[in-house]
Ligand binder design. Structure first.
Ligand code: BTN
Length: 248
């Protein structure tokens, strides 16, 4: 059963949930806050965390019924996508940019930071924290070269509010985890690819791990391990495990 703690202000809900994990809190413990003073994003970046937006983190403890815990990135992306689409309406253009940014009308409105820790037992970590930030009433100013950020209000979805989104997240994350356990990664992959940004189109991806520069080609989908499948001009297929899809 999900247990939810609400905080008016905190440094980072991911840090709060990590502390709960270390203190022995159970699977599905959630902390959400109205504001963060030290919000963190992926790749060590700062996550601007003003009042009005969603800052939500959940503790997951690997279960016997789980296959690969790394699937969680895609499970969480699909869950957040569903929540945002439910709030904005089924006809809104809501997409997932690989691996786990949520775009509305081509602008980033939500991001996911997954952290793991504790002893690694049978190749699973002791705990996983999935932290989700959704820009509802404000977003940081644009940085050139990356996807522009926006918020739901700026995009015209003024009925969106953080409480509604938090309630949806509490429900949808559990639902999507259940679907993954019951039907496996194949269903998650299908739901993910159905809403993947630029699937079937030419993409340029900067590779984080190899630092070998950029890969350009047609984005065909994701592998069973969640790698991005990109077919380059010379017929060569590249699998990308870690990288950033560029705007160009
Ligand atoms: C990204 O860089 O796209 C990921 C952003 C994740 C932000 C969320 S807000 C709730 C949780 N607490 C944090 O400090 N970060 C995550």
């Amino acid at each position: 059963m999900i247990r939810v703690v609400e905080k008016p202000v905190t440094d980072s809900t991911n840090d709060d949930v990590k502390a709960l994990a270390e203190a022995g809190a159970p699977h599905l413990s959630v902390v959400w806050a109205h504001r963060q003073d030290a919000g963190r994003g992926r790749h060590g970046s700062k996550w601007v965390s003003r009042e009005g937006n969603v800052f939500w983190s959940i503790l997951l403890r690997p279960q016997k019924t789980w296959s690969k815990f790394t699937d969680i990135t895609f499970v969480a992306s699909v869950a957040v996508h569903t929540c945002i689409r439910d709030v904005c309406g089924q006809n809104t253009n809501v997409e997932i940019k690989w691996p786990n940014d949520i775009l509305v009308e081509g602008k980033k409105v939500a991001g996911i930071l997954i952290e793991t820790g504790g002893a690694f037992l049978t190749s699973q970590p002791e705990w996983i924290v999935v932290g989700i930030g959704i820009n509802v009433t404000s977003s940081p100013t644009l940085t050139s070269g990356t996807y522009p950020a926006s918020c739901l209000h700026e995009l015209g979805y003024e009925d969106a509010d953080r409480e509604k989104l938090v309630n949806l997240l509490n429900k949808q994350m559990v639902t999507e985890l259940g679907l993954w356990v019951d039907y496996g990664f194949e269903g998650v992959r299908r739901r993910y690819e159905a809403v993947a940004h630029r699937i079937g189109e030419v993409v340029t991806v900067s590779q984080d791990a190899s630092k070998t520069g950029y890969v350009t080609g047609i984005y065909q989908g994701i592998t069973t391990d969640g790698e991005m499948i990109v077919d380059c001009d010379q017929g060569q297929r590249v699998l990308i495990a870690s990288g950033t899809v560029m705007l160009r």
